[in-house]
Design a binder for this molecule. Structure first.
Ligand SMILES: [Zn+2]
Length: 236
């Protein structure tokens, strides 16, 4: 796993939403105690998405929920990615996907074993920086694909325009159906059939009508993913 590559060149991991999303109770470690919360399991054993907290416990609790999310090592209750302290859910889910390891048991190790691994420490530190930069630009941590896709399904060369976000689930709500495309709203039978056209400008106009967001020549986000990557600033 690369540790210092720019965001556009990091290895795209296998991407999907957790296959068996479930809520699990766990304790988030604070200075001298733990806060019990309910987190959402990821499909990376040992890593849990939890509400971001602010504050410390002294003799009474001064901890508040920020409205953002973070990634917690289940075994220790410790925050895994320092940069992911208070970000929208989409970034936390992407970070969990990025931290998938060849060894499925990696994150179930004790925290002391993980923090003693210099490679993973660099990876996690770099991921935190990349996540912060991505959130500042309201874009995913990495691009999963280029949005323009050539097709000749109709017997002539045409273009499709699709969402570049890693976890875009598409119209049917599952990874098997993702990512979203700019759809052909003039198709009376099925308005979720992708719009194919030889002229990119026609697709770009349709994307604007359907409230897509363009980042550069090759990368667009569907309305769902654009909203999911809208970094919010929580009141302090
Ligand atoms: Zn999308």
């Amino acid at each position: 796993m690369p540790t210092t590559a720019p965001v556009d060149t990091i290895n795209p991991p296998v991407t999907s939403w957790p296959t068996t999303p479930q809520l699990i109770p766990l304790g988030i470690a604070r200075t001298d105690s733990q806060v019990r919360v309910v987190g959402m399991a990821t499909d990376v054993p040992g890593l849990t998405i939890t509400p971001a907290l602010r504050g410390t416990i002294v003799t009474v609790s001064f901890v508040t929920i920020t409205g953002g999310w973070t990634l917690t090592h289940h075994g220790s209750g410790r925050q895994i990615v320092p940069g992911l302290h208070d970000l929208p859910l989409a970034y936390t889910a992407e970070a969990a996907q990025f931290l998938r390891q060849p060894d499925p048991g990696y994150w179930t190790q004790p925290a002391t074993a993980i923090t003693a691994d210099p490679a993973i420490r660099r990876t996690v530190a770099e991921l935190g920086i990349q996540a912060d930069h991505a959130a500042a630009g309201n874009r995913p941590i990495w691009w999963a694909r280029e949005s323009w896709q050539a097709t000749s399904d109709s017997g002539r060369p045409q273009w499709l325009l699709r969402c570049a976000a890693p976890l875009c689930t598409g119209p049917a709500g599952g990874p098997a159906h993702g990512p979203n495309h700019v759809y052909d709203w003039d198709n009376d039978e099925n308005d979720s059939s992708p719009l194919a056209h030889p002229d990119k400008a026609v697709l770009a106009t349709a994307a604007e009508t359907q409230e897509w967001r363009q980042y550069d020549e090759q990368h667009w986000l569907c309305p769902d993913c654009a909203t999911a990557h809208q970094a919010t600033h929580h009141p302090r």
